[in-house]
Design a protein around this ligand. Structure first.
Ligand code: NAD
Ligand code: TYD
Length: 340
């Protein structure tokens, strides 16, 4: 493998994957594509953009002409598609852009792969495609065979993309893999998502909005463990397969918020229960046995270590997130949380 096209590389997980690849495969060329939506931040990549083996393009993965031209010029042998609209709350407000970027974007990339030839197309998907599990059945986990059963426009768009990826494999023989990961956290996480939202607001002694009763469970994975898993899949994963990625780190939202507050030395009195998210999934929990068995992957960062590292990162990189929350984000927060 020599040239990897990474879409969404200026976002949270995509940028961490760029850093992971540069550290672990310094001889590879990386073609980074990102539309630089509100969630994409070129500042994140500033230390690596000048490297001779990093080529950055600002482009929309759903723009056929731009993507085909890019493939014509760059001829990547591997594509890892992170680019997506990724926030459930935004998808509830305005689903249209989720369908364009997440579904049409995936189709466009795969059409370019068919035309120009590719060694591997990897789709970065989510455990949210499986819907949710009940709180009173802790024995249940999502396996790769769990039926798709989505709740939000976001998860429906991701599931649609997964189905298209499988169809392109079966119909056109495109060499694809899909990974479905649980909730990530770590450096460069956009502050609209729970953990960075809590860190940034707690540091300012602002109220911390917890939806509903805070009993919803998420299965948290440190972002670099997700990157290691994708690296394994694109090198050694079996074509046509789905791999679930997770680390058995289930926590209720309330537990997560309290852990962060403890780490920051801030009081629990900042917690404010607000109106629940519409269609709010109760519990996500991944069974990662296939990743472990077939690819020898397992996460290396425990939740407690990961939270410590993440809080430290946000304390040491205030400029990165303060730039974000001082801009349009302010209006987003006021609009999204006004009626809660
Ligand atoms: P993010 O919102 O932080 O980043 C998404 C990036 O994609 C941004 O840089 C944005 O500018 C770019 N982008 C959006 N639309 C685009 C388009 N049309 N063309 C080109 N670029 C576009 O999201 P993230 O949390 O880094 O998630 C990355 C991927 O991982 C997504 O596909 C998401 O569904 C998946 N995922 C995320 C999590 C999680 O916990 N964050 C868990 C499992 C799977
Ligand atoms: P989020 O980070 O948006 O990820 P996802 O919806 O993909 O799981 O939310 C994580 C959990 O935290 C989810 O159950 C919703 C909840 N949540 C809050 O309670 N308050 C908030 O302000 C946000 C953004 C999320």
């Amino acid at each position: 493998m020599t040239k990897v096209l990474i879409t969404g590389g200026a976002g949270f997980i995509g940028s961490n994957f760029v850093f992971h690849m540069l550290e672990n495969h310094p001889d590879y060329e990386l073609v980074v594509v990102d539309l630089l939506t509100y969630a994409g931040n070129l500042e994140t990549l500033k230390d690596v953009l000048d490297r001779p083996n990093v080529h950055f393009y600002k482009a929309d993965i759903a723009d056929r002409e731009a993507i085909f031209e890019l493939f014509e010029n760059e001829r990547p042998d591997t594509v890892v598609n992170f680019a997506a609209e990724s926030h459930v709350d935004r998808s509830i407000e305005d689903p249209g852009i989720f369908l364009r970027s997440n579904i049409i974007g995936t189709q466009t990339l795969m059409d370019a792969c068919r035309k120009y030839g590719i060694g591997r197309y990897h789709q970065v998907s989510t455990d949210e495609v499986y819907g949710d599990l009940p709180l009173d059945r802790p024995d249940l986990f999502f396996t790769e065979e769990t039926p798709l059963h989505t709740s939000s426009p976001y998860s429906a768009s991701k599931a649609s993309a997964d189905l298209l990826v499988q169809a392109y494999h079966r119909t056109y023989g495109l060499p694809v893999t899909i990974s479905r990961c649980s909730n990530n956290y770590g450096p460069y996480h956009f502050p609209e998502k729970l953990i960075p939202l809590i860190i940034s607001r707690a540091l300012a002694d602002e109220s911390l909005p917890v939806y509903g009763t805070g009993e919803n469970v998420r299965d948290w994975l440190y972002v670099r463990d997700h990157c290691t898993a994708i690296d394994r899949i694109i090198h050694d994963g079996r074509v046509g397969e789905v791999y679930n990625i997770g680390g058995h780190n289930e926590r209720t939202n309330l537990q997560v918020v309290k852990t962060v507050l403890k780490e920051l030395g801030k009081p629990e009195s900042l917690i404010t229960f607000v109106k629940d998210r519409a269609g709010h999934d109760m519990r996500y929990a991944i069974d990662p046995a296939k990743m472990m068995r077939e690819l020898g992957w397992e996460p290396t960062t425990t939740f407690d270590e990961g939270i410590k590292k993440t809080v430290k990162w946000y304390l040491e990189n205030e400029e990165w997130w303060k730039n974000i929350i001082s801009g349009d984000y302010q209006q987003y927060y006021e609009k999204m949380y006004a009626n809660r």
